[in-house]
Design a protein around this ligand. Structure first.
Ligand code: C5P
Ligand code: C5P
Ligand code: ZN
Length: 473
């Protein structure tokens, strides 16, 4: 896939076949995953189906497995569109297809199980990296373009596709790349998206300046990161109006010259306090702004938008997130903001717990078991955040457990990129180790998950440790 070019022809052909099948359907059940990428995948597909006059209903699942797929089959739709999951469960889905339960159409980016089906749209089948170059929402967007009719232009949906990609952490140091870059270019051409080089701190739209600096801990700046008084005193020394009408100003409220002043001072402080040059470079990155959204709201910045969506779907309120994606404001947006406050608190408490308790180190991996202290739907996010903290070794993958129910544990794994380059594939580790103990799992090379019987933690860890050794040893 060339940068900013059209999707590879074979991917576009597959999308056209999927679109054709969906147009011919009597009714479509659209099933998607409960995270930011899953929500945006569903929103992109739902908008495109509606514009193509295809009747459909949307449902969300925490995890696609035998039970949830059987539940979907029971709905008796002739066509089921799976977005942001489905590939990993192709074996189960293919059985339902063979039994005549429904025709599956899949727009996903996870490692496929050993089976195939006709309407399977997945970047991995066409040489595109599903962990870094195209997300579920991206696959859904490719499908949406194929669903366009003579008077329909779906390029505005690129905005949501980019929220999904960033929600799945596909933006690396240089921003989005590969097929994702092509989507960014289409969003820019459609006037819904702007890409820029900007200060790479989370909260540019909504956080008051002191909080923007205090909470930014990816690159630790002594005396500012995690230091409220320090952040305020740093800001006070600059030639900047810090408040407007009694309120702290935000990054978006500053003009170009003011932003330059702040960035220069921040870099200078980092240099003088010995932050390595490589880390300092990380203070600047690529931002993606949704042009149609109001300035100073979570929706304006793709990264803040994706957190807002996780705050809904991971707490059984995917309906709220979907409504916001589809353009609802007012009450649903207020509800999403309430959920966001709760989500933020849970993440911060979860991370604190991991830092306090620490992790257990095995030969080839490290792990913690949060029991019921961290919700199983966010334990993966907490594990990812913990990777940046001193409690966690950057040289080994981290495996996190949380209670799913009385009988089962949820597992989330995250790996460092340099190990992935050496052969680490956590989708294989989670898949094989879980199946060895009577569970199931999968995902991507850098991030994967599983569900296992509650009494199999030790056996699972032993199997996973050995698999990691085989891959990178
Ligand atoms: O199911 P789905 O593909 O949407 O989830 C991807 C998960 O993997 C997200 O939780 C995302 O944060 C994580 N991930 C990661 N680092 C990457 C790619 C994905 O932590 N480089
Ligand atoms: O839940 P978590 O964020 O840890 O998931 C990481 C990745 O692994 C996601 O892409 C998710 O869809 C995938 N996963 C999976 N099967 C599971 C659990 C997670 O494919 N049982
Ligand atoms: Zn995804």
């Amino acid at each position: 896939m060339s940068a900013a070019g059209p999707p590879v022809p074979a991917l576009a052909d597959r999308a056209a076949a999927c679109a054709e099948r969906l147009r011919a359907a009597d009714g479509v059940l659209l099933a998607s995953h409960i995270d930011a990428d899953g929500l945006t995948s569903a929103a992109v597909a739902s908008a495109a189906l509606a514009r193509a006059d295809v009747d459909h209903e949307v449902v969300f699942e925490k995890q696609l497995d035998e039970a949830s797929i059987a539940g979907i089959a029971d709905r008796e739709f002739d066509t089921v569109l799976f977005t942001d999951f489905g590939s990993g469960q192709l074996d189960i889905i293919a059985d339902h297809e063979a039994a005549g339960d429904f025709t599956p159409v899949i727009a996903d980016h996870h490692q496929p199980a050993e089976a195939d089906t006709e309407y399977h749209l997945n970047p991995l089948l066409f040489g595109i990296d599903g962990a870094a170059e195209l997300s579920g929402a991206g696959a859904s967007y490719v499908l949406a373009r194929a669903l366009e009719g003579p008077d329909v232009d779906n390029r505005d949906l690129a905005a949501l596709a980019v929220v999904g990609a960033v929600g799945d952490m596909q933006d690396g140091d240089g921003g989005l790349r590969g097929a994702n870059e092509g989507i960014v270019a289409e969003g820019e051409a459609a006037g819904v998206l702007e890409q820029a080089t900007d200060l790479a701190l989370y909260g540019r739209q909504t956080r008051p300046l002191p909080k923007l600096l205090e909470y930014a801990t990816d690159v630790k700046i002594p005396g500012i990161s995690n230091d409220e008084a320090g952040a305020i005193s740093f800001l006070s020394e600059l030639d900047l109006d810090l408040k407007s009408g009694g309120d702290w100003r935000r990054w978006v409220d500053l003009d170009d010259a003011e932003r330059q002043t702040l960035v220069s001072a921040l870099v200078q402080r980092a240099v003088s306090s010995g932050v390595p040059a490589g880390r300092i470079n990380e203070l600047i990155g690529t931002s993606y702004t949704l042009q149609a959204e109001e300035v100073g709201t979570e929706l304006r910045d793709v990264s803040e938008f994706s957190t807002l969506l996780n705050a809904t779907a991971r707490y059984e309120r995917a309906d709220v997130g979907l409504a916001v994606c589809l353009g609802a404001r007012g009450e649903p947006l207020e509800e999403a903001r309430n959920l966001l406050r709760n989500h933020r608190r849970n993440l911060s408490e979860g991370l604190q717990w991991v830092k306090t308790e620490g992790v257990t180190t095995e030969e080839n991996l490290q792990w913690f078991d949060a029991g019921s202290r961290i919700r199983e739907t966010i334990v993966g996010i907490v594990a990812g955040m913990a990777v940046g903290s001193p409690a966690v070794d950057r040289e080994k993958p981290i495996v996190a457990f949380a209670e799913k129910n009385e009988d089962e544990l949820k597992v989330s794994a995250r790996g460092p990129h340099h190990l992935v380059r050496q052969g680490l594939d956590l989708s294989v580790v989670m898949g094989e180790a879980s199946r060895a103990v009577g569970g199931d799992g999968g995902g991507h090379d850098v991030a994967a998950g599983a569900t296992i019987p509650a009494d199999q933690r030790e056996a699972f860890l032993a199997a996973a440790d050995e698999l990691v050794a085989e891959q990178v040893g």
